[in-house]
Design a protein around this ligand. Structure first.
Ligand code: SDX
Length: 430
């Protein structure tokens, strides 16, 4: 039986070391014994952007990038998108199992009764100019919640953790809708407990004068599916930020704020916003070849919505989203930018530049088209990503807090600066 170890020979000393292999990994700390002498700190790994580094063990989401597989707690994303609902998936991601009817009803009730935010939170929102980006307003007001729930600092107590997690799940749509209403100069619409999670969000976003906002069931279901697809995605940039900040044992509102701000970036949650801007910049089908040429020549632009750090084959979420897009466009009418998107996809999927780099459409390539067809402004797109990803952030945060192997995140570095030198008085400086 082959030993689950590797042997490393240090050619600087001729010494050989045998390191255990655990689940396809070696422990970086096992490298520290490899030294050239007593004063040698020992070997470290250098891995900018963590391209090949596991920073945790997680049981929440499994991705196989080469096979295009995505599973939450073992359930394939395709089955969950077809058969489940966002709140049922949120329960699954948080608790590890699909809920019984009683568990589901209790979970929905607990979310529903926590959708309101303290009236003072509106003051934070009102402090922004009307044209502030809603992600800036969302990040600020999520951080502000930390001040309204001081007991949330008690991160080691399960009951305290869980009520904060419920509050974050419940209040994110409210804060998101408030940020939109503020940017539109519209009055805030309070949560309506008679509505579903997605219908309530649409109500808070769209209701103007009618006493009861009529939610189109096709759009409500489409949003529910999009939320399912965005619930978690293992150690993506924003989850890594949430885990790292949370490792200082700060409250979960502050940790999730790090996730929101990371998601704001155009290479992460801002990608579907960038896709729409790209499609608008292209403008018409006849401009597609020229645009593709500019991307291939590296003229400062990427094909937004394409490529993924992990998926080196088709993003399984993109397949589901394409079906959802057709259902939405049946109701809203075809988005004229869709033709340009489909032409970009057709060319990219047969062009060597993209195929060699394994660049396929990711979840963001189509989600932006759907959101625009549903009448959301482009700068709300990353906000629409933050709402469902909240359950991933809080679940990964709790997994980190309860993992006995985890400590405060504090990576090492390779120092490339000046060697020691003495202070020079200003009169002697060149
Ligand atoms: C999400 O991590 C997650 O799980 C994220 C997410 C989630 O659910 O949380 O899935 C959501 O963020 C999806 C990704 C959304 N971002 C975009 O669509 C922005 C455009 N995509 C790229 O920026 C890029 O593909 C990344 C950032 C997504 C991934 O980049 P990698 O894996 O670090 O790859 P790379 O930047 O090293 O690129 C490898 C090569 C390079 O070419 P060469 O230098 O080798 O010649 O591919 C090229 C890149 O220039 N390349 C692209 C490209 N993406 C990579 N070229 C053109 N267009 C692109 N989109």
């Amino acid at each position: 039986m082959a030993k689950e170890t590797i042997s490393i020979t240090d050619n600087r000393t001729g010494k050989t070391y045998e390191l255990p292999v655990e689940q396809g990994c070696i422990r970086a700390m096992d490298l520290r014994q490899i030294k050239t002498g007593a004063d040698d700190f020992g070997l470290m790994t250098y891995d900018p952007a963590f391209l090949n580094t596991a920073n945790c063990k997680s049981a929440i989401t499994f991705i196989d990038g080469d096979k295009g597989i995505l599973e939450y707690r073992g359930y394939p994303i395709e089955q969950l998108a077809e058969k489940s609902s966002y709140l049922e998936v949120a329960y699954l991601v948080m608790h590890g199992e699909l809920p019984t009817k009683a568990q589901y009803d209790d979970f929905v009730h607990r979310i529903t009764v926590h959708t309101f935010v303290h009236e003072n939170v509106k003051g934070f929102m009102d402090g922004f100019r009307y044209d502030a980006h809603p992600m800036s307003m969302l990040a600020s007001t999520v951080a502000a919640l930390s001040g309204f729930y001081p007991e949330a600092k008690n991160v080691k107590d399960k009951a305290t953790r869980r009520i904060q997690m419920i509050r974050l799940l419940a209040k994110m749509p409210t804060l998101a809708a408030f940020s939109y209403r503020h940017s539109q100069g519209l009055p805030y619409i309070y949560p309506d407990n008679d509505l579903s999670y997605c219908a309530n969000f649409l109500n808070m976003m769209k209701r103007i004068g009618e006493s009861k906002y009529k939610v189109n069931p096709v759009l409500e279901r489409a949003l529910d599916v999009l939320f399912i697809l965005h619930a978690d995605h293992e150690q993506n940039c924003s989850t890594t930020a949430t885990r790292a900040v949370g490792s200082s044992e700060v409250d979960p509102y502050s940790a999730v704020t790090a996730g929101v701000t990371a998601l704001y970036g155009p290479l992460h949650g801002g990608a579907n916003e960038a896709v729409l801007r790209m499609l608008r910049e292209i403008g018409s089908m006849k401009n597609v070849p020229e645009f593709i040429k500019r991307v291939k020549n590296g003229e400062g632009t990427k094909l937004m919505g394409f490529g993924h750090r992990v998926y080196k084959s088709y993003d399984p979420r993109a397949k589901v989203i394409k079906r959802t897009a057709d259902e939405v466009f049946e109701v809203t009418g075809k988005n004229p930018l869709l033709e340009i998107a489909l032409e970009l996809e057709r060319i990219a999927l047969q062009d060597d530049y993209f195929m060699q780099r394994k660049l396929y459409p990711n979840v963001d390539f189509y989600s932006g088209l759907i959101y625009e067809a549903m009448g959301f402004p482009v700068d709300m797109f990353p906000v629409l990503f933050a709402i469902p990803r909240t359950v991933g952030w809080v679940s990964q945060w709790e997994e980190m807090i309860t993992d006995n192997e985890q400590k405060i995140a504090r990576p090492r570095q390779i120092y490339t600066g000046q060697t020691r030198r003495d202070y020079i008085p200003v009169e002697k400086r060149a």
